[in-house]
Design a protein around this ligand. Structure first.
Ligand code: AHG
Ligand code: MN
Ligand code: MN
Length: 312
């Protein structure tokens, strides 16, 4: 039995985004394919381990964080872009006077490098002025597109517009990204993803909320948000990274982790909250601002929000 090959990335995205956003998504996909190759041989090319530097987040930088940052910075420096905000750069990089601001996490899940799936995250923000952060902020509602890759087998790319989420699988035989699924909608919650070892650091309202959201679900936590969010999108569930006594605002960063994933989750009919309100409505006043992040099937997120407010 033969089947016709699934549509490739550019034909699947044409018409869903303007030409410039299609170009940015294509560049992100190309750089992701390149990073996938680099990751596949990293144990053989002396690319594992730390650089010895510490990034603006206070985290030790891995050689692959740095390599991935160079790759995506080059790929996304386009005429349509005004600035690039990378997890690995202290300050936004002003690249031109285009209409888009890009947030990206070049390598998500660094603690899994060399062992398990890692990924990359992209957010394309429309019309965010240079002084927005200082002048009262902007919100994740300025996103027009978001995407992330998971470098596993299969290597997957997820792309969302405001109303539609598609997945693509990388075909190494011709280095193309081909449609795996279109019009994704988050299934009812099945899995709960959270780092349970932090329980002693949670406030009573977080304990109540996590217990309410996880009730009846099975636990799966990888340490790579990209992998856990992909599972939530495809198999149903809820991902939670709440605030705790060591990270009073949570760990994940709004512009290149939380908002792009929240945008994807809402576009797939799910929900994303900081516990008190939809994260996409929260003003962002600093490039590396953090937020608690709860995202997934609407029923589970609603249980978290109710538990957090004390209603459980
Ligand atoms: P990054 O590797 O970009 O710094 O992000 C890691 C994030 C995220 O991928 C993951 O969900 C979380 O950190 C894991 O943190 P804990 O080890 O605290 O659970
Ligand atoms: Mn990350
Ligand atoms: Mn990272």
């Amino acid at each position: 039995m033969t089947s016709s090959p699934a549509a490739d990335l550019s034909s699947a995205l044409e018409g869903r985004f303007d030409r410039e956003v299609c170009d940015l998504l294509a560049r992100f996909a190309e750089a992701s394919a390149e990073l996938r190759d680099i990751l596949a041989t990293a144990p053989l090319t002396n690319l594992l381990g730390a650089t010895g530097d510490v990034n603006v987040q206070g985290e030790s930088t891995q050689k692959l964080d740095e390599r991935a940052n160079q790759l995506f910075t080059a790929a996304l420096s386009r005429p349509s872009v005004a600035r690039l905000i990378s997890e690995e750069e202290d300050e936004p990089l002003e690249v031109g006077d285009g209409r888009y601001t890009i947030g990206f996490d070049p390598l998500d899940g660094s603690s899994n490098i060399g062992f398990a799936a890692v990924g990359s995250v992209l957010g394309v923000y429309d019309g965010v002025a240079r002084n927005s952060f200082a002048a009262g902020g902007m919100t994740g509602r300025s996103l027009v597109a978001a995407a992330f890759t998971v470098y596993g087998l299969p290597t997957m790319l997820v792309v969302a517009s405001r109303s539609q989420v598609s997945t693509f699988a990388f075909d190494p035989s011709d280095r193309s990204w081909r449609v795996a699924a279109e019009g994704l909608s988050v299934p009812k919650a099945a899995y709960a993803s959270i780092n349970w070892t932090y329980r002693s650091r949670w406030s009573p309202s977080v304990v109540r909320a996590v217990d309410a959201a996880s009730d009846g679900l099975r636990g799966r936590y990888s340490g790579s948000m990209v992998e856990d969010i992909l599972r939530v999108l495809l198999a149903g569930g809820v991902f939670m990274y709440p605030e705790d006594s060591s990270s009073p605002n949570g760990k994940l960063r709004m512009l290149y982790e939380v908002c792009p994933m929240a945008f994807i989750m809402e576009a797939a009919g799910g929900a994303a909250s900081n516990g008190a309100q939809p994260v996409l409505d929260v003003p962002v006043t600093a490039p590396h601002q953090r937020s608690p992040f709860i995202a997934g099937a609407s029923d589970a997120v609603a249980r978290y929000v109710a538990g957090y407010a004390g209603a459980e």
